[in-house]
Design a protein around this ligand. Structure first.
Ligand code: CDP
Length: 567
């Protein structure tokens, strides 16, 4: 197997099995065969054939499942899912039961999302104690502190999504929560937005905040004022993002069993309370082929084969996963949601000489994701024939005409760790830089690396000189080099050089064909004005996106792309 130095370091630090002396006791090849063997154990027939096929998929780095599967498959009580949503009801008992369950989920490698809107506001009456309530923010802080002290599988910190709906009386405090410096590092915060609110903002009307306990109006404020607070705060700190609740529920395939109120930590999977989901991503940088006369092209056949095996792989996990709670087992097995997505999109585009900021890229993005979705649905329908529909199928939008094994098939995850293992670009993000410093997880040594696809292209063009090398090592970019042809520069524009409009168009292109959601960060240069953030958030809603997150360069003390991957 060919793995990059970073991949090896990461695997050594967090994925390969260790003995009680903390010594690594498996090789990466053994890790992949452990995972393939365990996932194939769900098969009734031809276990070996499937084990080989899954092993092939993993060792070629064509597809990788989410981290908990790589870490825990085949271990006793191995918990394999990355994504959970838990309920938070308006009682101390519910709040602390969910906190306990959170601790167990984080310890097993999963991340958790919650909507705190059922909690009565700060200062509201508590009849049992005769006192007043602390409000959602106080409990979010407790969850954050607990998260800080529980390492996922002893390896990384857990991640949380905290949602508060835009009509909750404590919404202003929630919006401002990350101003106070050193707080809530382990939470992504998103305001739960309704279409009604967006229209009220557009018409600059009054907006009512409702006490969820009494169902009475607690306060009336200008919708535009609340909007401006959200925008200013996101501009200053990156939080809060938005979650478009009506859009989530418009696409809820099992609406008959209830409304969806929350997503997992990075936003790519809307889930019911207690529901979990397994993710996996296809490595698009490996799905290109050399073809005459057009040169490099998408290898659709290879992609199709990878999708079919990947859906089967993820469906198997639903069957053989170890569930931490009976409630999680019940709803997860009844819906059998999986989330197959992609990584390495920017590298695929670079291999095809297509600039990220171009209509050609948007069209190809749509084509790719439409293909991933339609082949995923075909694979799920095939599995339904073989194994039966998902148990809630009769309550789903697929009934009665379309047989399905899974209530959802696709999600675009951030792939913060698995794209390092696969040595490709994150998710559907553009390259952040052409060269960057990496601090080794194990040795803490800093090393500079130049993107190998960029180097290859420059060599092929006879442009790989010391001058170019020095420039990218110093700046991460080639945009200031006068002698480089415009066309080449365009293909290698990096995240902050790409206008926000194109970031958003890529998110829209992939969301169009993703039944769950797309996790994406709209990266902005430092000088971006607040009005632009307002435009982005408004456009995201108009595009029918399920959520939106921005990050303005330099706006947080500890700058990170995906905050939850820091640890
Ligand atoms: O690359 P990897 O499979 O580790 O994860 P990802 O695609 O970056 O994130 C997928 C999901 O894993 C997130 O949305 C979270 O639900 C979960 N996650 C977590 O619980 N803790 C982290 N530190 C990172 C991700």
């Amino acid at each position: 197997m060919k793995l990059s130095k970073n991949a090896l370091q990461l695997l050594n630090a967090r994925y390969l099995l260790k003995n009680s002396e903390d010594e690594v006791i498996e090789t990466p090849e053994q890790l992949f065969s452990r995972v393939a063997k365990y996932v194939a154990s769900a098969e009734n027939e031809d276990k070996e054939k499937w084990e080989d096929r899954f092993n092939d998929l993993l060792t070629h780095l064509y597809f990788l499942p989410n981290s908990p599967t790589l870490m825990n498959a085949g271990l006793p009580n191995g918990q394999l899912s990355a994504c959970f949503v838990l309920p938070v009801e308006d009682s101390l008992s519910s709040i602390f039961t969910t906190l306990k369950n959170t601790a167990m989920i984080h310890q097993s490698g999963g991340g958790t999302g919650y909507n705190f809107s059922q909690l009565r506001p700060k200062g509201d009456m508590v009849s049992s104690s005769g006192g007043v309530s602390s409000g959602p923010m106080a409990f979010i802080k407790i969850y954050d502190t607990a998260t800080e002290h529980i390492r996922q599988g002893g390896k990384r910190r857990g991640a949380n999504m905290g949602i508060l709906n835009v009509d909750h009386p404590d919404i202003e405090e929630f919006i401002l929560a990350k101003t106070a410096g050193d707080t809530l590092h382990n939470f992504n915060l998103s305001v739960g937005i309704t279409d009604d609110f967006m229209e009220t903002v557009q018409h600059e009307r009054d907006w009512k905040l409702m006490n969820p306990r009494t169902k009475k109006i607690a306060k009336t404020i200008k919708a535009k004022k609340l909007w401006d607070q959200i925008v200013s705060q996101a501009w200053a700190t990156g939080d809060p993002g938005l979650i478009f609740l009506d859009t989530l529920n418009k696409h809820n395939t099992v609406a008959e069993i209830g409304k969806i109120q929350s997503t997992n930590p990075c936003g790519e999977v809307p889930l019911f309370e207690y529901e979990s989901c397994n993710l996996g991503s296809i490595n698009l940088s490996k799905m290109v082929t050399l073809k005459e006369p057009e040169g490099t092209a998408v290898d659709w056949n290879k992609l199709e084969r990878a999708i079919a095996s990947a859906i089967r792989f993820l469906d198997n996990i639903v069957s053989i996963n170890h569930y931490l709670l009976p409630q999680i087992a019940a709803i997860t097995k009844n819906n059998r949601k999986v989330g197959l997505g992609v990584m390495g999109w920017a590298e695929m585009l670079a291999l095809l000489n297509i600039p990220y900021a171009s209509e050609k890229a948007i069209l190809l993005g749509e084509r790719i994701m439409q293909f991933v979705q339609s082949k995923s649905y075909m694979a799920s329908a095939e599995l339904a024939k073989e194994r039966g529909d998902f148990p809630n199928w009769k309550k789903s939008t697929f009934h009665p005409n379309k047989h399905m094994r899974n209530a959802t098939c696709n999600s675009i995850a951030p792939t913060g760790s698995i794209s390092v293992i696969a040595d490709t670009s994150y998710s559907i993000e553009p390259l952040y830089a052409l060269a960057y410093k990496r601090v080794g997880i194990l040795d803490n040594q800093t090393q500079m690396e130049v993107n190998p696809i960029f180097v290859g292209k420059m060599q092929a063009l006879g442009l790989w000189t010391d001058q170019v090398k020095n420039e990218v090592l110093n700046t991460g970019s080639i945009q200031q080099l006068e002698h480089i042809p415009k066309k080449v520069k365009k293909v290698f524009e990096t995240s902050l050089e790409i206008p926000w409009e194109y970031h958003l168009k890529h998110q829209q292109a992939f969301q169009k064909y993703t039944d769950n959601a797309v996790s994406k960060t709209i990266n902005l240069i430092k000088s971006t004005p607040k009005e632009t953030v307002s435009d982005i958030y408004m456009t995201a809603w108009k595009y029918g996106l399920k959520g939106i997150t921005i990050y303005r360069d330099g706006s947080k003390a500890d700058q990170v792309l995906q905050a939850c991957h820091l640890n």
